[in-house]
Design a protein around this ligand. Sequence first.
Ligand code: HEC
Length: 158
Amino acid sequence: MAFMPRILRGVAAGACYAWPFPIANHEVSMRAALLIVLGLVIGILGTVQVMNVLGERNPLPKAVMHVMAYHAGELKHAMKAQRCDAQSTRPHLLALQAMSSDIRPAFAGADPALFQIADKLHRAADAAVQAAPADCPALDAALKPVGEACQSCHQQYR
Ligand code: HEC
């Protein structure tokens, strides 16, 4: 390559390693290192995205839990505000009764013991609806077994 002007010789040497980018050899290894880092970053971002998608594949279990938590929360607020008339609390008790029967399909394939606690919760919610509590102490008493079922399942399976 002696016949080439100096600047073109550098280009030719670099081209062996980094075609089509005409750069010097020491820059080639720098560029390779940067490309490796870039590849790792892209790989990590891709993995995080795939894991997010997999995690959201079945939103039902968390959805059931969040809806139950909303209704249980509303009932707690009612007690705090001392407004426990049957008319305003009944819809929340009915919702807890309905949602608790969705635990089985939502957690399909889980430990059978989990479903026993789910049934316990459902029976407690049934009983609370039947009791038709008309004041705060009655509501508190009706909700006690409900709260206990939530807690005992979370202690073991959450
Ligand atoms: C039969 C078992 C069981 C019962 C009963 C149960 N839970 Fe859960 N709960 C779980 C499990 C398992 C998780 C974790 C779900 C997950 O991470 O996918 C959970 C998670 C939650 C969460 C967090 C959701 C999230 O996004 O991480 C809330 C809130 C919740 N439960 C509320 C309740 C309330 C309120 C009750 C009672 C009315 C209740 N749960 C009864 C098993 C149960």
